[in-house]
Write a protein that binds this ligand. Sequence first.
Ligand code: FA5
Length: 375
Amino acid sequence: MSGPNTDYDPVEVTPLKPEEVAAARDAALAAVAAAGDLEQLKQARLEHAGDRSALALANREIRALPPQARKEAGQRIGQARGAVNQAIAERQAVLEAEHEERMLVEETVDVTLPTDRTVPGARHPLTTGSELIADIFVAMGWAIAEGPVLEAEWLNFDALNLGPDHPARTMHDTFWTEPSDNGIVLRTHTSPVQARTMLGQEPPIYVACPGRVFRTDEYDATHSPVFHQVEGLAIDEGLTMAHLRGTLDHLVSTLFGEGIETRFRPSYFPFTEPSAEMDMVCFVCRGTGLAAPGGATGAGATCRTCRGEGWIELGGCGMVNPRVLTACGVDPERYTGFAFGFGIDRIMMFRHGVEDLRGFFEGDVRFTTAFGSEL
Ligand code: FA5
């Protein structure tokens, strides 16, 4: 029977030699120290502290040693492995801190940098245009009135001296509603708000009424079946055509600039007597009807804004017909009044050099953004 292998010399087992263990430890420490990031440290850990590393293999060899040699070898290898594991843990902490620091810098959001985010949108130019016009009247002390777009036929026509057989009733290309005898139309102008106001309050009355109106007109560069008007109505003692003229001159100079000449041409509206069409001198060619010399259209060309007319038509106006005053409960012996109704879309076309009215209705932001982004 053979005794214990007392002749076993641990020095003879290569992985257990002190200098081999020290070399493996130093190589591991050097690799850990050289790891520049967490990925490299992971590789170093696998190579120098993993199951197949030199120190792990040496550790396994210990079991084969005679008991008296195990303690010393175990201590040597255990210290080497402990030193490597501690170095890994320390390097890990340093690299993690560096990584976090770097992320904070790299992922910082500079909220002051310009961005290409989508613009939030803006109010429609016809809305801001209507408000601009309304503001001019508010600044003169006038009130703003509104009426429904589905209007009583009586208020849209009859109250305004447009009886059922009046020829002018057919001039308004009306959208009727079903059933045909219900007496409701889509209002063809803002003038029914005049009647509503007079029926609802005592003079003196000074109201402006911007709003949407409807006519069965062809949709073209200057007409739309849905468009916008602003109505004005003043009822007081002693009002004359001069007050009407002065009011409209103020509106024109505020919208288009000081010194724009205006004129009245005789016209006919059943609800005003006398009636007029109001024109203003073209604010682009100043009445010459010619394009600017050196302009894109060349010398001698006609002005594109007024189409060579020299004048721009703004809308109808006149002194309120006494029959309308009576129908709306106002005493024509005591009060006189003036009224006017202008197309807001047309005013905006002239004011902004828009050649085709349809731009206002087709929702192309390239058209509307030219008016700015007022919210
Ligand atoms: C009227 O509607 C009268 N109610 C105006 C009025 C009020 C006169 C008070 C006297 C006293 P007229 O049909 O001319 O008038 O229309 C007024 C303006 O609306 C026109 O000058 C024009 O600028 C505009 N307009 C008329 N039809 C259209 C349309 N289809 N598209 C765009 N604008 C239009």
